[in-house]
Write a protein of this length. Structure first.
Length: 415
């Protein structure tokens, strides 16, 4: 047994109390790093060749590209071998980077909890590369769940299904009789999971409580020295995590966590779409008497920057006026200020750091930029941060959910 492994086992043995955060391991592992961005290049694309000289240079470029792809594929095999050996490997998905481990191995899954410092009552999502892998994991897939998978897999949708006893480590499901499963839509994640030849449990690859990583550099910041390796596949696309749903036998699809697939998209496929009542209580003056969320992860404060963050909602002009005044007052108190604003307003704010979330009418950009902006607030040492609210329609439901979590539910309504 390696020293790192001993250390991890020791740490997990300490976690006798259910619900208690597992003590994070000290940074003692040698974290491997594989750059596989060459796999993202479209193969066989190139301009039409009609001059001999160009042909030669294109030919050598094509050779270089194909050699880079070969090297990246070999790296992917090395990363898959790590997963098979029970190590933890961070990898890109279309939503955020995940920290993967063989879902069947309790030791491997415990290493994930330990590296993240994640509370042990928060279950993990299991990632698969093929539909064939699903029946090994779950006992039943009803018609509503089938329809969702047909419409949105591979993609940012996670389904909570009845777990097949013994299929995954009980640490993955945190003792629940269900397992959350997703098939990511990513040219690195899918071949990696397929090559690992096991179901891959993967929470977001951040230290617990920190914003989820949308770049390999974010994973390094949080987990270097604590995990087996990092597969760098460049920036993720969606930027917020998958939507977690449960599909009832009556055809009702309940959103347990808003994410990359919107309620509107689900409505096009499902008979009825509902939202977990615990989520609706958030950001509407919901208090501690709110019901417990059915997705255990939703009860934790997440993504929170070190500074105090509040979210301001209301008519755009009122939001801008309140924000300008609040930033000025905070600066007077000697705070280091930051603001997360939509492009329409970003230029008019005076703060130590101004982050644009893109246009308020194109929330894909806000989703893509949100976590990096929250991380930058910490880098800039911001102590007082204001974020403009966005519409809660479409992807806005996920963006507002994450913003409010980051703000510890500090929502200011102005009119
Ligand atoms: O996009 C994503 O979903 C990313 C990438 C890496 O795939 N993963 C991710 O995992 O966000 P994580 O662990 O950070 O979030 C998993 C969420 C938590 O809110 C957890 O409580 C919920 O899924 N969950 C997992 N298993 C569940 C279950 N059996 N029932 C209800 N909720 C479950
Ligand atoms: Mg997470």
């Amino acid at each position: 047994m390696t020293r790192e492994r001993e250390k991890l086992q020791y740490t997990s043995l300490e976690d006798k109390h259910h619900n208690r955060a597992v003590e994070p391991v000290k940074g003692e592992q040698n974290t491997a790093y594989w750059d596989v961005k060459a796999l993202l290049n479209e193969q066989g694309e190139g301009e039409t060749i009609n001059v001999h000289v160009q042909e030669t240079s294109l030919d050598s470029r094509a050779k270089k590209e194909s050699a880079a792809r070969e090297a990246a594929l070999a790296d992917l095999q090395a990363a898959a071998a790590c997963l098979r050996q029970g190590k933890t490997v961070a990898f890109p998905t279309e939503t955020v980077y995940g920290l993967g481990a063989d879902a069947r191995s309790t030791e491997a899954v415990e290493a994930v909890f330990a590296a993240k410092g994640r509370p042990s009552d928060n279950p993990l999502i299991v990632h698969i590369a093929h539909r064939d892998q699903l029946h090994e994991l779950v006992t039943e897939v009803n018609a509503a769940a089938e329809a969702l998978m047909a419409a949105f897999w591979p993609g940012p949708l996670t389904l909570v299904l009845p777990v097949r006893p013994g299929a995954v480590s009980p640490r993955v499901t945190a003792g629940l009789d269900t397992v959350a499963v997703r098939m990511p839509d990513h040219p690195v994640a899918l071949p990696l999971i397929a090559a690992a030849a096991c179901p891959v449990a993967a929470p977001s690859a951040n230290r617990s409580g920190r914003p989820s990583p949308t770049l390999a550099a974010h994973v390094r910041e949080d987990l270097d020295g604590r995990i087996g390796g990092i597969v760098d596949g460049g920036p993720t696309g969606v930027g917020v995590e998958s939507t977690v749903v449960q599909a009832g036998d009556d055809g009702t699809v309940t959103i347990l966590r808003p994410g990359g697939i919107t309620a509107e998209q689900l409505s096009a496929v499902a008979a009825r779409v509902a939202t977990d009542p615990a989520l609706l209580a958030e950001g509407s003056g919901g208090d501690s008497a709110s019901p417990a969320p059915r997705s255990p992860g939703m009860k934790y404060t997440h993504y929170a920057p070190a500074g105090a963050l509040c979210v301001v909602e209301g008519p755009p002009a009122a939001v801008a006026a309140w924000t300008r005044a609040a930033l000025a007052e905070a600066a007077q108190r000697g705070e280091r200020t930051a603001v997360l604003a939509f492009a329409e307003h970003a230029e008019q704010y005076r703060a130590d750091a101004v982050f644009s979330l893109g246009n308020a009418s194109e929330l894909q950009e806000a989703a893509r930029r949100l976590y990096a902006a929250l991380r930058s607030c910490d880098e800039q040492g911001a102590t007082y941060i204001v974020a403009e609210a966005c519409s809660r329609e479409g992807l806005g439901a996920a963006v507002m959910n994450r913003l409010l979590k980051a703000a510890g539910n500090q929502l200011i309504q102005v009119d």
